[in-house]
Design a protein around this ligand. Sequence first.
Ligand SMILES: [Zn+2]
Length: 372
Amino acid sequence: MERLLKYGQCADKLKHVSEVKNGLACNCICANCKHPLVAKNNPTNKKVAHFAHHSGKECEGAIETTLHLLAKSILQKTKRLTLPDYHFDYDHTNDKSIFKKSRELVFEDIILEKQVDVAGEKLIPDAIGVIHGKQIFIEFANTHFVDHDKKQKIKTLGVACVEIDLRDQVLDESLLTSFLNSNTPSKYWLINPRLDKEYLEHKRKLSEQKKLKAQQKAIEDEKKRKEDIAKFNRYKNDKSVKLLLLRNGEITNCPKKKVALSQLTTSHYYRHPVLKIIIDGEFWNGEIYGYMPNGKWIFVRQEKVIVFPPDNKCENLSEQEIKANKLLFAGLQKLKSTLDNPTFGDCGNCKFSVDYFTVDEKSYEVCKHQND
Ligand SMILES: [Zn+2]
């Protein structure tokens, strides 16, 4: 805060130091201690023009009190005030609790320091703004903030009250005017019964809508459930289609895959017992584990099947066994390239897929592929 006193009080009005005569002839007193001021506004002065106490004594609070008065006089003169955002939780640092955005208001009237009676006790707001016959209390704070008692009294009256924190402001009319007409965290609602009510009503409506939506969803879900059961029963008895069960989101018994595998039954790979059971439909994850010289293996039916033994055990193998291992390895690679076809089980993009539904948490694809 600028520490120079730039305003003195003259007949209950604030006067800027540039508007008055030099020295004691300024005829001003301190707004705080009411003692005479001298204007130090001689154009030849090196220091910026300001007021000093004639007594030469320090006056603590002179600037704060003057700032308070200046803010009130600006408000009375302009009747303009940008009201703060309304936060339903009254936490003006919480961006998520804004229910009504700030807005600029031009009051019909501004009444300063008017005594208001509350149940036999008196209350004097800094300013009362009047608009459409309604009142808003306006409190300016730099040393004294509205305390709990005062807040309770205002609550009893059911009047909205905004507090304006002047601690970061300086004694400058134009800066203070634009501060009053901007949305800043230094202004906040202490109480706003009308918006409190509006917010509660808004919340009530929201929860009602939510309840209604949940009810509608339950009805729709039940309808869908019945339809899906009907579908299941219909497709189950329909010989022209097959129901394919999804496991972990995947179709394991895709008929196109079956056809591709069945074509391998005429190849020489089908003579190898392990390749035969995979071609016949046993699940193999397509992985060949291990590296030479430590051997290679796969898992089928959750059992480890050696493809190549470690190099140091190869000496014991017969020529026939070596041939069988090579056939197994080549067959697995053939199977892998056959099974890698991305269209297998991709029902969403498959012309044979005719429907999809879920019954008892099991999902089914309806497939019209006929080559079985
Ligand atoms: Zn003083």
